[in-house]
Ligand binder design. Structure first.
Ligand code: C2O
Ligand code: CU
Length: 482
């Protein structure tokens, strides 16, 4: 809670004061303030976690500060931050602060924006987050395996004027592929998966454990920060008997609106919803993810306490989050470019290269002999990003840019641009209702999506699919702001 708000006598600040008590139970409090910027220490380190439940074996995982998800990093909008990352793994790593508009040298792409952090060494990340909202952090080195073994955490930048809620909750969702014995299944980078939907797992955790139920009180209002930290799993969530209102997407506030069905959450995406707990004391309501046909499962249940409702009437406070200082692209004068996503199973790309004709998909794929499975505009940048790659596009600093992303493939792709936020203008020729800002745009097969932004952040920025297998096997490129 910010000090200035405590002195204001309004209904809103009273509500917020009340909320603070509850908030403390949900999210750990901010560290005490000091004259120097708040320093956070984050160690990438192996640990053990009980992901699948108390009665199931422990899993050997890689973590930030020993927990899954990693330490929650809470920052204040517009205040300088220092994050000291120490590498206690036996391989190189880096940290990418996903969605934060920060200086290029702090972006965490090994070989491109910084040298990799070697085992036993540290790297100091320093930046001032311009935007408040829900973000996350993860490695950008050996990304498929490091993220798949657990390296990920939430990063929350606080609003100066938050909306009034009773509790501010984080649901950090992650997908794991576990063996019977509780280990993490080996063979990251299976070529068949890489050319299809990626490494979708078999165990989804909510804040680091498979959840049977989450507890709520009737008539409370909660802000639920949903983060999909999965390698590949797309989620489509619906909550029985409740009407969540989306108030922010990828950290950026949007016009509060109901999703009209399910909440679609691709890998790396975040959605903040406000949920008025209109259920009855003692009852339970399922939260279902049914994105994949025939593979619906129960993510958790909302379990109402027996206690009477928190209040007699639902809150009527505003759900409008204060907007972040994003520069508005000028569509009339914008530079216009196209980026076409290509490849994958069932594409010509998979079949090229000699005696593949009639050999069938499976054969065609093996025939690739380790070549990239995906491309953007005919080029495949593989791995984690490295120096020496020519940018696909170069923009003059300060120019407005409209990108037309075309998904020519038969697969879904959450496309992420580093260092910027993208205003989503249209999808398949139709204007998008809320023109929301996103840093990760989920594209269905054959989708054509137009996005716009101001190229105001100088440097070399990755643009890639956040299905990690897809990124590693070629669905990645580089955009330069000169
Ligand atoms: Cu969260 Cu380059 O990615
Ligand atoms: Cu993809």
């Amino acid at each position: 809670m910010r000090r200035e708000s405590q002195h204001r006598v309004s209904r809103r600040s009273v509500l917020r004061a009340g909320a603070g008590v509850l908030l403390a139970a949900a999210l750990p409090p901010l560290p005490a303030r000091s004259a120097s910027p708040d320093a956070h220490r984050i160690a990438a380190t192996p640990a053990r976690a009980r992901l699948a439940g108390p009665d199931r074996p422990e899993t050997y995982v890689w973590t930030y500060n020993g927990t899954v998800p990693g330490s929650l990093v809470r920052l204040r909008q517009g205040e300088p931050t220092r994050l000291v990352v120490e590498n206690r793994l036996d391989q190189e790593t880096t940290v990418h602060w996903h969605g934060i508009r920060l200086p290029n040298t702090m972006d965490g792409v090994p070989g491109l924006t910084q040298p990799p952090i070697r085992p036993g060494e540290s790297f100091v990340y320093e930046f001032t987050p311009p935007d408040a909202g829900t973000f996350w952090y993860h490695p950008h080195a050996n990304s498929l395996e490091q993220l798949g073994r657990g390296l990920a955490g939430a990063l929350i930048v606080e609003e100066r004027e938050p909306i009034a809620v009773d509790r501010d909750l984080l649901w950090f969702l992650a997908d794991w592929r576990l063996t019977e014995e509780g280990g993490i299944a080996p063979r990251f980078g299976n070529r068949m998966e890489a050319a299809m939907s990626g490494r979708v797992g078999n165990t989804v955790t909510l804040n680091g454990r498979a959840s049977k139920a989450e507890s709520f009180r009737a008539a409370e209002r909660v802000r639920l920060r949903l983060v999909n930290a999965s390698l590949a799993r797309i989620m489509a969530l619906r909550i029985e008997g409740h009407s969540p209102v989306i108030v922010a997407i990828d950290g950026q506030p949007c016009d509060p609106h109901e999703p009209g069905g399910r909440i679609l959450l691709g890998p790396a995406m975040r959605i903040d919803v406000v949920l008025d707990m209109r259920g009855e004391p003692g009852k339970r309501y399922a939260v279902i993810d049914d994105f994949y046909d025939g593979l619906a499962y129960r993510l958790t249940e909302l379990a109402y306490e027996e206690r009477p409702p928190l209040r007699a009437h639902p809150l009527d406070a505003s759900l409008d989050l204060p907007r972040n200082p994003l520069p508005e692209p000028d569509l009339a004068t914008a530079d216009r470019h196209g980026l076409t996503l290509q490849g994958g199973m069932m594409s010509g790309m998979m079949m090229r290269g000699g005696a593949m004709r009639g050999a069938g998909m499976m054969h065609g794929m093996m025939g690739m002999g380790g070549g990239p499975a995906w491309a953007i505009n005919g080029q495949s940048m593989t791995g984690d990003g490295h120096a020496g790659m020519e940018p696909a596009l170069t923009f003059q600093r300060g120019r407005s840019v409209v990108l037309k992303l075309r998904n020519e493939t038969a697969w879904w792709h959450p496309m992420h641009l580093h260092g910027h936020s993208l205003r989503v203008l249209s999808r398949n020729g139709k204007p998008v209702p809320h023109r929301q800002w996103q840093d990760t745009v989920l594209m269905a097969p054959k989708d054509v999506v137009e996005v716009a932004f101001v190229a105001d952040n100088p440097g070399d920025w990755m643009l890639h699919c956040h299905v990690m297998d897809h990124q590693m096997s070629g669905m990645m490129t580089l955009l330069r702001v000169a």
